[in-house]
Design a protein around this ligand. Structure first.
Ligand code: MV4
Length: 501
């Protein structure tokens, strides 16, 4: 096993990975930006290195700085968390080329799954069901028309280099196809620098159900069942659960086997997620995410495993000793993502100093927080403050437990989406497990769009805050540069309870 791991991330996921390191006796090296001097991940790490100003492009995305810290700190491996550099093939390659271990799949695997038509070709060849449609990019509107007629309307235009919904266009009939083709291609070009698009049959209001997989260096791949992730807004998941209310033991085995074939088809190493759309009892491959996902805890709770520990073990060359037949989910787990967004104002991001935080507790409760009281929530990073996860014997009990925990959870100083989650726990369709990716559109009462005044006000506040951060940045740089050599609150104070390390 590694002696030292660099965690190339921030927020709750950096804290989560550092916790796993500490339990395994691995030295955790954090990196942080100037906006994160007081961040929890800096406090919990054994060592922390300042790598740049607040913007991600100047800190958490700086491959050169991160590799420099790895060298300086003597870290043997790099855990990318999710987001930032996690699914960038060149980063995985650069880590490997620096003689370090990337805790994640190879650059080849990341690239294969990043190209959505190549992924579809590989899945088809591996016998994984894909949504009916093409497996090569379409070159012009005329061939698009031909294909659309074959697969039947409505169809969905997607970006080959896509993911996350950018460059997607639903097309209802031939007369709309040419215009939508050009628009989707333009959008894809702008977003990914690659204008190729392809076509699939459009599924209306499916569920989003994904399978967790894990592969080792010997080629063994296990699956850890499904997560139901249908409740989302603009491709940001809000609530996830395991198991899915609609997946039977038989379907789990079938989807799990398909996900394992998917992973095997790209020589998968480490933790990954195979996303499916599920409709009328049928499932179709959507994408594979070649990283640890935000919602991994619900899988951990129903399977009684530590996915981050497993990631580290397989990255270090250990074989998976678990057997598929022994992997059976127990009870039910739900996760609510707690963000600094105000659902009643159309999920407008909120900023401010968190002056009070009270996390819930008790049996079957897990708080994966990324912040502590005193932390200044800004606009440089995604608004996830933490995740509230519960586990209980049944779905009904888990919903009740989550509702109780949402009452206990208090965060003051920024607006949060806690009230939204409280409303969902009371909502009929959620309580009966009647979900689809249209859940929020179907329940407009749970959110409201901000009026124009509020948007303008928020934009003005955001601009003022950014300006202020920009000013203080210069001051911070000149007064505290001495810390760049590697700062640790614990190194100075002496970490308590560090006897065995
Ligand atoms: C689809 C679809 C319906 N039919 N594909 C959205 C993001 C991208 N990764 C794939 N997405 C979708 N693909 C077909 N053929 C609907 C979506 C979709 C979606 C999928 C998963 C979770 C949330 C979603 C929200 C809107 C659209």
């Amino acid at each position: 096993m590694f002696e030292s791991i660099l965690v190339a991330n921030r927020g709750e996921i950096a804290v989560r990975v550092i916790r796993a390191c500490r339990e395994l006796g691995i030295r955790a090296v954090a990196v942080y930006s100037e906006a994160d001097r007081r961040a929890l991940h800096v406090l919990e790490a054994d060592e922390a290195y300042l790598i740049g100003p607040p913007p991600s492009s100047e800190s958490y995305l700086r491959v050169d700085k991160i590799l420099e810290v790895a060298r300086e700190s003597g870290a043997e491996a790099i855990h990318p968390g999710y987001g930032f550099l996690a699914e960038r093939a060149p980063f995985s390659a650069a880590v490997r080329d620096a003689g370090l271990v990337f805790i994640g799949p190879s650059p080849e695997t990341i690239s294969a799954m990043g190209d959505k038509t190549e992924a579809r070709r590989r899945m088809k060849a591996a016998g994984v069901p894909i949504v009916p449609g093409v497996t090569e990019a379409i070159s012009d509107p005329d061939s698009a028309t031909e294909v659309a007629e074959e697969i039947g309307y409505p169809v969905l235009l997607k970006a080959s280099a896509g993911g996350g919904g950018k460059g997607m266009r639903v097309v209802q009939e031939t007369s709309d196809l040419e215009k939508s083709f050009e628009a989707a291609s333009r959008e894809a070009q702008a977003a990914f620098g690659d204008g190729s698009v392809y076509l699939e049959r459009y599924l209306d209001a499916p569920r989003h159900i994904e399978i967790q997989v894990m592969g080792d260096r010997s080629g063994k791949v296990l699956h850890f069942g499904e997560r139901e992730c249908s409740i989302q807004r603009r491709h940001q998941k809000l609530i996830e659960e395991a198991p899915s209310p609609v997946v039977s033991e038989e379907l789990r085995a079938e989807m799990g086997a398909a996900a394992v074939r998917a992973a095997e088809a790209v020589d998968y190493l480490g933790a990954g997620t195979v996303e499916f759309l599920f409709k009328d009892g049928e499932f179709f491959f959507l994408e594979m995410n070649t990283r640890l996902q935000v919602e991994h805890p619900v899988t951990e709770l129903v399977y009684g495993i530590d996915l981050v520990e497993l990631q580290m073990r397989v990255a270090a060359g250990e074989d998976l000793t678990l057997q598929q037949a022994d992997l059976v989910p127990t009870g039910h787990s739900i996760e609510c993502r707690i963000t600094s967004e105000d659902a009643k104002r159309g999920f407008l991001p909120s900023t401010g100093r968190v002056d009070f935080l009270k996390a819930p507790g008790g049996p079957g409760v897990r708080w994966d927080g990324g912040i502590i009281a005193g932390f200044e929530v800004g606009l440089h990073y995604d608004p996830l403050l933490g995740k509230l996860i519960v586990h209980a014997p049944s779905r009904e009990a888990a919903v009740r437990r989550m509702a109780r925990c949402l009452e206990e959870l208090v965060i003051r100083g920024v607006e949060t989406c806690i009230p939204f989650h409280r409303s969902v726990m009371d909502e009929e369709d959620f309580r009966s497990g009647n979900l689809s990716i249209r859940y929020l559109e179907d329940h407009p009462d749970l959110i409201s769009e901000p009026d124009e005044d509020e948007i303008l006000k928020a934009a003005a506040v955001a601009a003022a805050l950014l300006q202020e951060e920009e000013r203080s940045r210069v001051e911070i740089q000149t007064t505290q540069r001495a810390e760049t050599g590697g700062f640790s609150a614990w190194k100075r104070a002496g970490r308590p309870f560090s006897g065995n390390r």
